[in-house]
Design a protein around this ligand. Structure first.
Ligand code: FAD
Length: 489
């Protein structure tokens, strides 16, 4: 039996592997000339840059794909565990080098920010419990199948219902526990891991720091793009065919059954099942124009997007690590600008990722490859040409002040990624990084299911559908679809 996957984002590749394990002959049609979607890479003048994701958590989900395919992950995919989670910088000169080990992190918080280490440990224990009790319901199974609600996972979540923070926002959870504004800001930041505002995202998402502070952060040995490369190689070993530079124009439907795809060049390819790894909004608007669309789901607010400045920097910075954050002075205003006013923040929090700290070949000797990211709204037709230079100017000014340097004199290579480019390169609606935002208590339930309720043999994976955006959740969407589809006969 034949299966077609539309798109080779991380979820599309993992789904192709999982369908091959179910006995399907799989073809992946990818619009770009390369695999990976957002999880891609480029090089310029001796600098290598991971173009999209930079934070790698839950590596076991990548390893699971190898294990489930009967291979030893270590033979094909290696990574390191970081001792340091993130280096944080505030404008008043406060610096917190957050170690990965929870007790050491708590001690440094007490020393630098004056918040009790016991309170920090108590918080990390609570978010561990929150994650462990809810992941089975919200992340690992289809939220849209009756079986899920009859499973032990529901009982597990109900057992801690008083700890799910059902009536609070993420910010309220942190603000209730801690006195230090800086520590509250640090925990609030995790709302951006799914492109949301801590002042709107539901309190249950306070679980996100569990991944970074209790389990840890990791880096593939050759950088993030190793994830794409190793999974594509596995897919090829399993006989998956990749057809690059082939844009799907339509999902073919007959009598409420998906029967294949029509490509931009007019070719029609039939299949017993079709999986779309394209963002759910254009999947309905462009590939299924004649089918009724789930408007409420498609109209959900998009997650934040980003402006990324890729800088080849001809100097090394001792204070910086793989992940670094330069916090803004007014976090509430920053999120108000992103989500309510839909403009880039006037005083942005700046994330700097430098893989050459751990992968020396990523930059020439004595130099560093900076991935400098600012959260901005998704593209709603803003005048980016006017806005981008202003953001760049405020980023350079802040970095200069923080580290007493002249960045413009140190940058010898520069590239840019914008919301519009993210959309044109990956079809992500508005260039959103994570599909819909989680700025609503019910957002988890509004995400599109991993299958079509109306069309037989049609499935959906990737950051815009259940369980959500980010590499780990995309891999889980592939796993859920792998479980939902029948064995090929
Ligand atoms: C700048 C940036 C930073 C991020 N940081 C992180 C991070 O640190 N950690 C993290 O976990 N996540 C991060 N994310 C989010 C993460 O990258 C995404 O959630 C994930 O990679 C999305 O994967 P996906 O499977 O949904 O597919 P995508 O990567 O969105 O790829 C979809 C693919 O489908 C193809 N396609 C679309 N339409 C068609 C069509 N009609 N025909 C054929 N092919 C088509 C596209 O060309 C593309 O290759 C970041 C994202 C960005 C952009």
């Amino acid at each position: 039996m034949q299966a077609i996957v539309i798109g080779s984002g991380v979820a599309g590749i993992a789904t192709a592997i999982r369908l091959s394990l179910k006995g399907y002959k799989v073809t992946v049609y990818e619009a770009n000339s390369y695999p990976g979607g957002k999880l891609t890479v480029f090089e310029k003048n001796g600098y290598r840059f991971d173009a999209g994701p930079s934070l790698f958590t839950l590596p076991t989900l990548v390893e699971d794909v190898f294990r489930d395919a009967g291979e030893n992950p270590e033979d094909h995919f290696q990574y390191i565990k970081k001792d340091t989670a993130c280096h944080y910088f505030w404008k008043d000169g406060t610096e917190l080098f957050a170690l990965a080990e929870p007790a050491k992190f708590a001690e440094s918080v007490e020393e630098v920010l004056g918040e009790s280490k016991y309170k920090v440990m108590e918080h990390l224990d609570d978010v561990r419990l929150l994650y462990n009790k809810t992941k089975g319901l919200f992340l690992e199974r289809s939220l849209h199948k009756v079986d899920t609600y009859l499973s032990s996972e529901v009982l597990s979540a109900l057992g801690v219902v008083h700890k799910l923070h059902l009536t609070e926002t993420m910010h309220e959870v942190a603000a209730k526990r801690f006195n230090s504004d800086k520590l509250i800001q640090l925990f609030d930041r995790f709302a951006t891991y799914n492109g949301s505002s801590p002042y709107k995202a539901p309190g249950v998402l306070a679980m996100i720091p569990h991944l970074e502070h209790n389990i840890g952060t990791f880096l593939p040995k050759g950088g993030m793009h190793d994830i794409t490369e190793s999974l594509v190689s596995l897919a090829k070993r399993r006989g998956v065919a990749f057809s690059f530079g082939q844009k799907v124009e339509e999902i073919q439907v007959e009598n409420k059954v998906a029967t294949g795809v029509r490509l931009e060049n007019g070719e029609v390819h039939t299949a017993d099942l079709v999986v779309s790894n394209m963002d759910i909004v254009p999947t309905y608007r462009r590939l299924l124009p004649n089918e009724p669309a789930p408007e409420k789901t498609l109209m959900q607010e998009r997650s934040s997007s980003a402006l990324i400045f890729y800088w080849g920097v001809k100097r090394e910075f001792d204070k910086l690590n793989l992940h670094n954050i330069l916090f803004s002075s007014d976090y509430k205003k920053e999120f108000d600008e992103i989500f309510n006013r839909q403009v880039p923040p006037s005083d942005p929090t700046i994330y700097i990722n430098i893989t050459s700290k751990d992968v020396p070949n990523d930059a020439p000797d004595g130099c560093e490859n900076w991935f400098v990211m600012v959260n901005v709204p998704s593209d709603q037709g803003q005048n980016w040409e006017d806005l981008i230079p202003k953001v760049r100017e405020s980023v350079v000014k802040r970095v200069n002040a923080q580290f007493n340097v002249d960045m413009d004199a140190l940058i010898e290579v520069e590239e840019l990624l914008t919301p519009q480019l993210i959309e044109s390169k990956t079809s992500s609606s508005g260039g959103a990084l994570y599909g819909a935002s989680s700025n609503d208590r019910f957002s988890a339930f509004l995400r599109h299911p991993n299958f079509s309720r109306k069309l037989k043999n049609l499935y959906f994976v990737g950051g815009s559908v259940h369980p959500g955006g980010g590499i780990p959740l995309c891999l889980l969407s592939a796993k859920i679809v792998g479980e939902l589809v029948p064995e090929a006969t």
